[in-house]
Design a protein around this ligand. Structure first.
Ligand SMILES: Nc1ncnc2c1ncn2[C@@H]1O[C@H](COP(=O)(O)OP(=O)(O)OP(=O)(O)O)[C@@H](O)[C@H]1O
Length: 376
């Protein structure tokens, strides 16, 4: 399987008066699974379509394996685009569906005719196409389905046929735009595992668009989190989760959503939260936002007094939402094991100060120091 890098430099795009992409620089490594993630309308599909050549950028360049393809047609880029709707040919068998791109590329028009083609098409080429189809079917584990029609397949199986059809072309990279969004929740989770496994087996470059952070977190080598036409942060799922570069990333990544609390830093940089001084210091004075993941918050003998407002059980975990007594409009959610008794009434919320994420008034992450040690 070929795997090639895709390099974007200064990609800008507008529709009418709306600027949709504002100078995107991104290097997608050969063989990597990179997700473009962000809220609806942030420009991720437009960026993918520009990579595919289905849309033209106003500024910037696209290179595939170092070669500038900015002005080339989609068909000359050798990229495989897999959409939400699989667009399989309903009257053809799975085998014929998968063979189609190879037949289009390798056979003359006359050789592709249903009856005449059997006589005119070179036997070697037909055999090679057959082998390629069977190999792709094996990789996607659909060998038993080759003689069925798309209508006789489940959503997940159709998805795999679409992938097999993309695979036989041996593309430089696979581009996928929310390919799992038509599937029900259980199948989606299953296909996530399958796609990740397929990526490992093929070692191919995958560029994957989704608004679902769980999909991105579970499958990707790296995530480019986009907002309003910009990349907010590029990094591994772990990096985005552990060290979100700003509030947009912190809010988008992680379930339940990160807890956020208003705080301030004093003239000497020391942090104050709900009237209490913390042992943390930042370089600037002024209003701040503190972020705390649900698993970094626990019930304690002392801490922020709060009232339990809601409990949700998610399998082995329990999410406990609490309103702070100091300001009941502020709600924090903590995650704990569902094995113990559920808390109720008034509780105290504790946390380790080095688990706090500190964001400045512009929403950007600030480095905070605990005593003399850098902690964030
Ligand atoms: N052909 C077009 N003409 C005009 N505006 C467009 C066109 N295509 C996209 N847009 C606008 O560009 C913005 C970005 O669209 P895009 O589809 O790239 O976003 P997205 O992040 O993929 O969102 P979604 O997850 O909803 O698909 C949106 O505001 C959209 O309305």
């Amino acid at each position: 399987m070929t795997s090639q890098s895709v390099t974007l430099a200064g990609i800008g795009k507008g529709f009418g008066t709306t600027t949709v992409l504002k100078g995107i620089d991104l290097e997608i490594h050969a063989g990597e699974f990179l997700s473009l993630v962000g809220m609806s309308g942030c420009g991720k599909s437009t960026l993918l379509r520009i990579i595919a050549g289905l849309e033209t950028a106003d500024t910037g360049s696209v290179r595939i394996d170092g070669e500038d393809v900015t002005g080339t047609d989609p068909t000359d880029r050798n990229l495989a685009m897999v959409f939400q709707s699989y667009a399989l040919y309903p009257h053809m068998s799975v085998r014929q569906n998968i063979a189609t791109p190879l037949r289009m590329r390798r056979l003359r028009l006359i050789d592709r005719l249903p009856l005449l083609g059997r006589l005119t098409a070179p036997r070697d080429t037909l055999r090679e196409i057959e082998i390629a189809v069977e190999h792709a079917a094996e990789l996607l584990q659909i060998s038993a389905l080759l003689d069925r029609k798309p209508a006789q397949l489940s959503g997940g199986q159709r998805q795999r046929v679409a992938l097999a059809r993309a695979l036989v072309r041996n593309p430089a990279a696979f581009l996928m735009d929310e390919p799992l969004s038509n599937l029900d929740a259980k199948l989606r989770a299953h296909m996530r595992d399958e796609l990740a496994a397929l990526h490992k087996r093929l070692g191919a470059t995958f560029i994957y668009v989704t608004h679902d952070q769980v999909e991105a977190m579970t499958m990707s080598d790296r995530i480019a989190l986009m907002s309003e036409g910009r990349i907010e942060q590029l990094g591994t799922p772990e990096e985005l989760y552990r060290r979100p570069a700003n509030l947009t990333v912190a809010r988008f990544i992680g379930a339940p959503t990160i807890n956020l609390l208003p705080a301030e830093s004093m003239a000497d940089g020391r942090l104050r939260l709900m009237g209490e001084m913390l042992d943390l210091r930042v370089r600037q004075a002024g209003p701040l936002t503190l972020g705390l993941r649900a698993e970094d918050l626990h019930l304690a003998a002392t801490g922020l007094p709060a009232r339990v407002t809601r409990i949700e059980t998610h399998g082995a975990d329990r999410y406990v939402s609490c309103a702070l007594l100091a300001d009941e409009t502020l709600s924090l959610t903590l995650r704990q094991s569902a094995s113990g008794p559920a808390p109720a009434g008034i509780v105290h919320l504790g946390f380790a100060q080095d688990a706090l994420h500190v964001f400045g008034p512009d929403g950007q992450r600030l480095t905070a120091r605990l005593l003399q040690k850098v902690v964030a």
